[in-house]
Design a protein around this ligand. Structure first.
Ligand SMILES: Cc1cc2nc3c(=O)[nH]c(=O)nc-3n(C[C@H](O)[C@H](O)[C@H](O)COP(=O)(O)OP(=O)(O)OC[C@H]3O[C@@H](n4cnc5c(N)ncnc54)[C@H](O)[C@@H]3O)c2cc1C
Length: 398
């Protein structure tokens, strides 16, 4: 039987492993960390991602795990409300929904574990690739074990070791910011509706929302030109001084409960080539996504569906030449959507940077908000539609 070795049990690796195993293909899934409960894993799913989940037969699983729809998006500049857009954003699809990613991954794993052809090797990192001539023939684990494979799939995220060992280049986009992630208790005031707040004051800004697990989460944009020493700062005071009064009061009340922030590096880019004979990269390993407008998990799930469509019939026949020949077609089908999504994310970032860097513009937008609100809102809304639905039709066919 053809043996697939999948590296990384994030959204890409785990869902694709489950899809292949359910179709009788032998899959060994190797995950470096011992549990899915890392501090931050991203929660936002757009309608495109929710549709992918439904096609994978996982919608019921979502109902069983902590999840919560976003009710609206609200933007503030210099403490003034600029505009608000209610979900599902004048479209017919479902609202953007937050899911607990660790619980989601556990639920997918449960389904994969039902298949005899599936095996998870957890708490062991892949360190190197094995080669037979110029074809990848397996992987070497941290404990020295060698695992043979007919096809290796690298789904090991933005700092992919598989990508490096396969000598596949990553064209990085310069990023002006990383994200500092905070968790703190929520307030009954925010419980009525779950609003994603985007807040900019002076050159400082953050996004905040109530997570699927019920706490309040803040992603602070830490700019590379920021003079702050983020490890030393009084964060309750900083968050409060950047916020409108009603939110500032919450940060002050919760000052002892704000957890130490976690620095999440933002890597964005694309590999010009996602494959070598015997190996395919998918998800963030092939095209690390910006956190802007919650796209990465959605793209990961859609990569998994397209890869399954192409690979399943060939893996069932164990034909190496045909498997190698289909890898460029998987890239060709996924790449246009990734390029367009990253472009739109970049446009969102560029607009934010413009407002951040031009005080006069910031001042004008905040003062003139009552007069320009509907036009600004409409132009934002138009950009969001593709970021919600995706650019391509992705249908699970196998
Ligand atoms: C701050 C921030 C916020 C974000 N928020 C969202 C959001 O709300 N919604 C959204 O859609 N996207 C979000 N994203 C993007 C999203 O997190 C990624 O695009 C998505 O997780 C990619 O999934 P993946 O499975 O390809 O990679 P990952 O989720 O990174 O999973 C890779 C897995 O591989 C494992 N691994 C790594 N190296 C090895 C190795 N050598 N051997 C074995 N295993 C290994 C890792 O432990 C991990 O489990 C965010 C990103 C950032 C930086």
């Amino acid at each position: 039987m053809t043996q697939v070795v999948m590296i990384g049990a994030g959204p890409t690796g785990l869902t694709l492993a489950m899809l292949l195993a359910k179709r009788g293909i032998a899959v060994k899934l190797i995950e470096a960390s011992r549990s899915f409960r890392r501090i931050f894993r991203g929660e936002g799913l757009m309608p495109s991602g929710l549709a992918a989940i439904a096609q994978m037969g996982l919608s019921d699983a979502i109902e069983q795990i902590p999840h919560r729809a976003i009710d609206a998006w609200e933007f503030y500049i210099e403490n003034r409300p600029i505009f608000r857009v209610d979900e599902p954003m004048e479209s017919e699809g479902p609202p953007c929904t937050l899911i607990s990613q660790p619980a989601f991954l556990e639920a997918v794993l449960e389904q994969a574990n039902e298949c005899k052809s599936f095996e998870l090797i957890q708490g062991n990192a892949v360190q190197d690739l094995l080669w037979q001539g110029d074809r990848v023939s397996g992987v070497k684990l941290g404990d020295g074990r060698a695992i043979a494979a007919d096809l290796v799939i690298g789904a090991d995220g933005r700092n992919s070791v598989v990508r490096q060992r396969a000598n596949l280049a990553l064209d990085r986009e310069a990023q002006s910011f990383d994200v500092l992630w905070f968790k703190l208790p929520t307030s009954p005031q925010f419980a009525k509706e779950n609003v994603f707040y985007a807040i900019l004051k002076g050159k400082e800004g953050f996004g905040a929302f109530q997570s699927s697990e019920g706490n309040f989460q803040v992603g602070w944009s830490l700019h590379k030109d920021d003079p702050l020493d983020w490890q030393q700062i009084d964060w309750a005071g900083k968050l409060a001084s950047t916020s409108p009064d009603w939110l500032a009061a919450h940060f002050r009340q919760q000052k002892d409960a704000i957890e130490r922030p976690l620095l999440l590096s933002v890597v964005v880019g694309r590999c010009p080539q996602w494959h070598v004979p015997g190996l395919l990269l998918l998800g963030d390993a092939a095209h690390p996504m910006s956190p802007i407008r919650a796209q990465g998990i959605n793209m990961a799930l859609r990569d998994a569906i397209v890869a399954a469509n192409h690979l399943v019939p060939l893996l069932q026949q164990s034909n190496w030449a045909a498997i190698d020949a289909v890898l460029p077609r998987i890239q060709a089908e996924r790449e246009p959507e990734i390029i367009q999504t990253q472009k739109l994310q970049q446009a969102e970032v560029a607009q934010g940077e413009l407002i951040r860097n031009v005080p006069l513009l910031r001042h004008a937008v905040s003062r003139l908000a009552p007069f320009i609100r509907s036009r600004v809102r409409q132009s934002w809304l138009e950009r969001q539609l593709k970021l919600r639905q995706g650019f391509a039709q992705v249908v699970l066919k196998v």
